[in-house]
Design a protein around this ligand. Sequence first.
Ligand code: NAD
Length: 429
Amino acid sequence: METISNVTPREGAPGNEENPFEAMMERFDRAADLLSLDAGLYKVLRNPERQIITSIPITMDNGEIEVFKGYRVHYNTSRGPAKGGIRYDLAVNLDEVTALAAWMTWKCAVVDVPFGGAKGGVVCDPFRMSQGELERLTRRYTASLIELLGPEKDVPAPDVNTNEKMMAWIMDTYSMHKRHTVTAVVTGKPIAIGGSRGRKEATGRGVMISVKEALRELGIPVLGTKVAVQGFGNVGSIAAKLMQDEGLTVVAISDKTTGIYNPDGINIDDAVEWIQKNRFLDGYKAGDPVTNEQILELECDVLAPCALENVITRKNAGSIKAKVIAEGANGPTTAPADAILDAKGVFVVPDILANAGGVTVSYFEWVQNREGYYWTEEVVNERLREVMVRSFNDVSSFAKKHNVNMRTAAYMLSIDRVAAVHRLRGVYA
Ligand code: NAD
């Protein structure tokens, strides 16, 4: 038996440096205050539009029925269809999904793609489920949200522990209900069924472009600039490879098993080959071993946290030596750490800008699906570069104009853009 309910938006949560909703709201409040956002719009933008909780029954391989809890949150859809990934994880909860949906709202506005912000998740341990169980879970979750989804309404994408195969199942389930193929209902699909060329590399490519723009702004030469990258998955490994191709020296990399430091530089092509054969960095001897805490504090010019949330906190922010931080991961820096980095003069390219390459190429995928005409990888990459450079410059100009750091400027710019749309549209009824 399936239940879908609209629940009352929450009213804040207990003060906690690592609570993602708190972290997002603290930045939002500061930006709204600096913008002198009027009280009515402040209330509108501080609350999610819609929060769905759904129970997802599936038959497990052993014949027993299990019921999983799923969420989908539309934070704000004033600028266009809700856009945001779906994550499968035991830690998924409504607070986290809501914070991530809000982040998506601001991220889409920073890069000025015509989407609102959403996020979804299912509480499950995908590593203990078979492919068949994951397929049934994905299809039933999609079916339970069927009225919400659609190219004009809500367009999911992959997130933590979901991948292009699951996006194909979502596309197929939705299409079966509609009785015709609808590719634009989801992005991050395999290329054979309407995925975009360049999507897999887009977030890492965006991180690389942000780093280059930051170095240009600070007058630091690209060649030989030392960078440490935490996380060597999709975002981290591609960002590292592309930064190396641009002439930076990658002195440290890490994954959940270990970190490696080599002040002379690590050959990233070689490291990627090692990962393809061995899955993890553990055992890779390209330098000295370092922990995931140490990698953040190494001697380097650029730090790119590309793994987890809340890794730069009030405890370690003071020890960071990098001049530039480019946030490939979502929410790697806590709000109290922001102030410490700011006081030290560290130039932070915030997540909602630095990792927005992914949603930008998701937008390109949606456009290509609707056009029915597919672009070459060169066209995708060039258009992505244009969007990232323009967005970086928009944020940087806002920062200078208002005398704030890049994070506050990114929030101010995006809130300003969403608020402007609300003013034009007015309040219905
Ligand atoms: P991924 O699963 O491909 O890679 C994650 C990497 O982090 C892996 O190398 C993993 O070993 C490492 N890791 C896990 N736990 C760790 C730990 N405790 N310490 C250090 N490293 C650890 O994921 P991804 O797609 O590369 O995403 C990474 C981050 O980027 C996430 O915060 C994600 O939300 C964000 N992000 C991803 C995209 C995208 O398009 N993939 C877009 C925007 C933001």
